[in-house]
Design a protein around this ligand. Structure first.
Ligand code: ZN
Ligand code: FE
Length: 283
């Protein structure tokens, strides 16, 4: 089992990529609780979901980096607001979902596409993460996933445009990635998500332990991200709808609403929307 601390420690140090190039992956905080992830090799850089250029330009300048690539997961402004200014400074290639209209995207992508970021030696597969928005995509490379607003640590994104089915499918596709996949979420929602997760699974020991680690990190104003798939499978209720104990506990209380993994997921997502109120049984 990885400890969350391992991931924080490595975040500013080097991570070996597939072609042995040494890459650094760093979160730039933005707005209230966003992270803009930067990957660089000491010379060139890629940023994911720059909701603002502020902070990003500062970081790139400070580290003498040239921005060559932007990855966009979906159209919300807190993920796209910095494209214009960054394009003016650096003129990068801007990848984003073809299905969504996003000003400044130069290369529209559909799920199944593969993109080569040659200057960083990275190859990303484009995944279908529709649910939060209809065209939402994810970017996966060996041991890393940029998932936008689809998965958060101990939680998942709200379903604004898609259906519970689509979101459930997106989350299930994440579960097929290697267990050591680091997941670079775009919001620091972990503490709040853990409160909900503990209401769902008060007896989950891995979750209780994770809550303590996360509280310590947040006391020091440190990010709780990236997370990793192995950890999320043990603490994230939205990835645990196939767990018999979780299913039995809730289905016995809410038999009308919950019959299978999808209806359990739908129930949990609806409950999270009104939490800390109890689940409404209106559906
Ligand atoms: Zn969003
Ligand atoms: Fe967002």
């Amino acid at each position: 089992m990885f400890s969350i601390h391992d991931f924080i420690l490595t975040e500013n140090t080097s991570l070996m990529a597939n072609n042995s190039a040494s890459l650094r992956i760093h979160p730039i905080p933005a707005f209230q609780d966003n992270y803009i992830w930067v990957i660089d090799n000491g010379q060139h850089a890629l940023v994911v979901d720059p909701g603002t250029a502020e902070g990003v330009v500062q970081y790139l300048t400070q580290h003498h980096l040239i921005l060559t690539t932007i990855l966009i997961t979906h159209h919300h402004n807190d993920h796209t607001g910095g494209i214009d200014a960054l394009t003016e400074y650096y003129n990068p290639v801007v990848y984003g979902p073809l299905k969504e209209e996003i000003a400044g995207v130069t290369h529209g992508l559909v799920p199944g596409d593969v993109i080569d970021i040659n200057d960083l030696g990275l190859h990303f597969a484009v995944l279908d993460f529709s649910g939060h928005t209809l065209g939402h995509i994810g970017y996966s490379a060996p041991t890393m996933l940029f998932c936008g607003d689809t998965l958060f640590s101990a939680g998942c994104g709200r379903i604004f445009e898609g259906t519970p089915e689509r979101m459930f499918k997106a989350l299930n596709s994440i579960k097929t990635l290697p267990l050591n996949t680091r997941i670079y979420c775009t919001h620091e929602y972990t503490q709040n998500n853990i409160e909900f997760a503990l209401a769902v699974e008060p007896h989950n020991i891995a979750l209780q332990q994770y809550a303590k680690r996360v509280n310590l990190l947040r006391q020091k104003h440190l990010p709780t991200l990236p997370t990793n798939l192995e950890l999320e499978l043990s603490v994230n209720p939205f990835l645990r709808t196939d767990q018999a104990t979780l299913m039995e506990a809730l289905a016995s209380q809410y038999p009308k609403a919950i019959q299978d993994a999808l209806s359990l997921f739908t129930f949990l997502r609806a409950w999270k929307n009104v939490f800390p109120h109890p689940p409404s049984l209106g559906h």
